[in-house]
Ligand binder design. Structure first.
Ligand SMILES: Cc1cc2nc3c(=O)[nH]c(=O)nc-3n(C[C@H](O)[C@H](O)[C@H](O)COP(=O)(O)O)c2cc1C
Length: 209
């Protein structure tokens, strides 16, 4: 697939076929996802992978217990054979920026010294690369937030407290219906902002009507 086509075609998938990924396919996707830029090449992101229903149910049983599934709008999301939890690690950045070549930035003091938490940015870049790699492979994915279930999930999966999940990526084969439909979720009711409304040339300009 051409790069531009992957960007234009990528849509969040919320309805999956339970078919597993091909052997080695997930590793290939994650291998691409890790090849993103990172501040100071700190690479402070890691992926916790749940593969197969026995593992993915460890997440779903906490996030959406059986008794609450009746009213859930995306039942096919629970069929995704893979869940990837991208974890941001601020300590890697603080440690890296306390090294000789970065010490003058003052960012090696503590995470509080950072005006922009680059660990979130870099983990987000890895997520974006993963979403595009998934599209290129003819698969589907949904990046979604982890909310009330967050702490319980981290305990259940034994994640050390210094690792921060930025969300979850469900990956799998979209159902035929999901392939046929257009935008879903928020994108169904909201249109993409116009380029001339988000680009300010030379100086700040008011939005174009
Ligand atoms: C940071 C972030 C959080 C999101 N959280 C959710 C979520 O919790 N549930 C969901 O269904 N979609 C979620 N989405 C997907 C967006 O709704 C989706 O990207 C947007 O509507 C545009 O649609 P598209 O990605 O299909 O083009 C999230 C996307 C991002 C980038």
């Amino acid at each position: 697939m051409e790069f531009e086509q992957a960007i234009r075609q990528r849509r969040m998938t919320r309805d999956f076929d339970p078919t597993p990924l091909a052997p080695g396919q997930l590793d290939s996707l994650l291998d691409l996802a890790r090849r993103v830029p990172s501040a100071g090449f700190s690479q402070g992101f890691e992926f916790l992978v749940l593969e197969g229903s026995e593992q993915t149910s460890r997440y779903w049983d906490l996030a959406l217990p059986e008794a609450k599934r009746g009213g859930f709008p995306w039942p096919g999301l629970l069929h995704a054979p893979v869940l990837v939890i991208p974890l941001a690690h601020s300590d890697s950045y603080v440690r890296r920026y306390s090294e000789k070549d970065k010490a003058k930035t003052g960012l090696g003091e503590s995470a509080d010294a950072w005006p922009v938490p680059y660990w979130h940015i870099d983990t987000g870049m890895a997520v974006m690369a993963l979403l595009l790699a998934v599209t290129d492979a003819g698969l589907g994915a949904l990046f979604f937030g982890m909310f009330h279930e967050r702490d319980a999930v981290l305990v259940e999966l034994g994640v050390p407290s210094e690792y921060e999940p930025v969300g979850i990526v469900a990956i799998g084969h979209p159902t035929q219906a999901a392939r046929a439909q257009g935008a879903e979720g928020s994108a169904k009711t909201r249109s993409r902002r116009r380029l001339d409304n988000i680009v300010h040339r030379g100086s700040w300009s008011p939005p174009v009507q």
